[in-house]
Design a protein around this ligand. Structure first.
Ligand code: C2O
Ligand code: CU
Ligand code: CU
Length: 485
């Protein structure tokens, strides 16, 4: 039998059987816990403390982990959609970290990227001027060259922007009851049950793909849901894996929000792709009282290297992500799908837009080997590997641009800081339903065109990043930076 421990790597059936160790089989399912909710909507302030800890994920040996205010991952920050928030980030670890507010449209000075390092023992006190619609965002460390390891160790969490109006919208909003936050990650554990981030050379190229599903930092959890309509706020917090999600019994998911805010109305999807860094909110109807399981297809990002890293080794081609059991003691508040959501589809005014080409490159073969022998990097954008001291371009504040983003060799989840954008086309064709809302990421499978207005300022010393959100690619140099002045 395939367990959630056993998907993902291209091993033969006998190796898979060997991986399903008895100790793991005894790791009985337990109820999924939410990350603690840190509601800042009245106080307007919060504190995050980056710390080292130990977590026993599999009932075997402890793993060394990092987290914010807890052993692994961080609290769900609920933040008012308008107003200034006083953040405080303390670093008790032994290396620089940062906290980037992924999806927040705030000035470059407080964006939390590679130019906002928090040194060991130091505290960072940015004021975040927030003014954007309700959305499910996230935060994570973003130190150049170390982002993959930091996120893998646990320096990430969810940030909910809230305007307090979900009840009038008819949306589920009781945290952890009918409004679930789900951080999806694939991780790897060694034979003693220690979480192990040790990408080999091939995985540096293709992105790290784990063999064990971890949801909210738990292996093998089961979610309890009320008999009614349940909202799932999905974050793909994996380093590289792309999930293609569906419900095992075929019941529809009703997409209500993409990366950066609510849609105009729910859209029925039976399958939902979610690349690393992307978020989506869906409603799922449990009012029949029947449970089901959220499942994913194997990682489709095989690229030209073939199926080896793509998640083969599994006959069904899909694996369970999270089972749901209906628990009638939980109160269901909503049993009718809302009609209008009050959000909008992305609609950038393209008048006067300037065009720009962005090419995500992976050096391959001899060129890559020569470059890495001499300390260079295989990864680049428009031929240049990320250089912290170099501004790639400057954009005039208030202007609109259309970027044609092309990706080499495999799919690349492309992200831009400081903006929300509209996906205009995918491979010259129409935009897939899941990309019609406001986005801060787009999975580039060949080519995509995006349009955005640069309303927020980033000085040359605190520029915005644009990069691939496969963290091994980002760390390897598939990133650039721009100022908005
Ligand atoms: Cu989620 Cu530049 O990051
Ligand atoms: Cu970001
Ligand atoms: Cu990439």
């Amino acid at each position: 039998m395939i367990t959630r421990r056993d998907f993902g790597i291209g091993l033969g059936a006998s190796t898979l059987a060997a991986l399903a160790m008895p100790a793991f089989a005894q790791n009985t399912p337990r109820r999924l816990a939410m990350p603690p909710l840190l509601d800042t909507t009245t106080s307007g302030r919060f504190a995050l403390n980056a710390q080292a800890a130990k977590v026993n994920f599999l009932g075997q040996s402890d793993s060394d982990t990092w987290g914010f205010n807890q052993p692994y991952l961080g609290p769900t920050l609920r933040v008012a959609h308008k107003g200034e928030v006083q953040a405080e980030v303390t670093n008790t670890l032994r290396e620089d970290i940062s906290v980037h507010w992924h999806g927040l449209l705030i000035p470059g000075e407080v964006d939390g990227g590679p130019h906002n390092p928090v040194a060991p023992g130091a505290t960072w006190n940015p004021v975040l001027p927030i003014d954007q619609p309700t959305a499910t965002l996230w935060y994570h460390s973003h130190i150049h060259g170390r982002t993959a390891a930091h996120v893998s160790n646990g320096l990430a969490g969810v940030l909910q922007l809230s305007d307090g109006q979900d009840d009038t919208r008819g949306l589920p909003s009781t945290y952890g009851v009918d409004d679930l936050t789900l951080v999806l990650q694939d991780r790897r554990f060694d034979r003693s049950g220690r979480m192990n981030y040790n990408p080999g050379r091939q995985e540096q190229m293709m992105g790290f793909i784990g063999d064990t599903m971890v949801v909210n930092g738990q292996v093998n959890p089961v979610a309890a849901v009320p008999k009614g309509i349940v909202r799932l706020r999905l974050l793909n917090g994996s380093n590289a894996r792309i999930y293609v999600l569906s419900m095992a019994d075929g019941r529809p998911m009703h997409l209500i929000a993409g990366d950066n805010g609510l849609l105009d109305q729910p859209q029925v999807v039976t399958q939902l792709a979610l690349a690393s860094g992307e978020r989506a909110e869906v409603l799922v109807d449990f009012s029949s009282g029947a449970g089901t399981t959220l499942v994913s297809r194997s990682n489709p990002n095989r690229g030209m290297m073939g199926g080896m890293m793509g998640g083969g080794g599994q006959s069904s081609g899909s694996f369970p992500v999270l089972p749901f059991e209906v628990n009638t003691t939980l109160a269901a508040r909503i049993d009718v799908l809302p009609g209008k959501l009050g959000g909008t589809l992305a609609n950038v005014d393209l008048a006067g837009a300037r065009r720009r080409n962005i090419t995500l490159d992976m050096g391959m073969g001899m060129g890559m080997m020569v470059r890495s022998v001499f300390g260079g990097s295989a990864f680049s954008i428009n031929g240049e590997s990320y250089d912290m001291s170099k501004l790639n371009f400057t954009i005039k504040r208030g202007s609109t641009e259309i970027w044609r983003v092309r990706g080499a060799m495999m799919m690349h989840p492309f992200h831009v800081h400081g903006v929300k954008f509209q996906v205009l086309s995918e491979n010259g064709g129409p935009v897939s339903p899941r990309n019609r809302g406001w986005k801060d990421m787009v999975l580039v499978n060949g080519e995509a065109e995006i349009a955005m207005r640069f309303d927020h300022a980033a000085s040359p010393s605190f520029p915005y990043m644009f990069h691939c959100h496969i963290l091994e690619h980002e760390d390897g140099g598939m990133m650039g930076q721009f100022a908005v002045v």
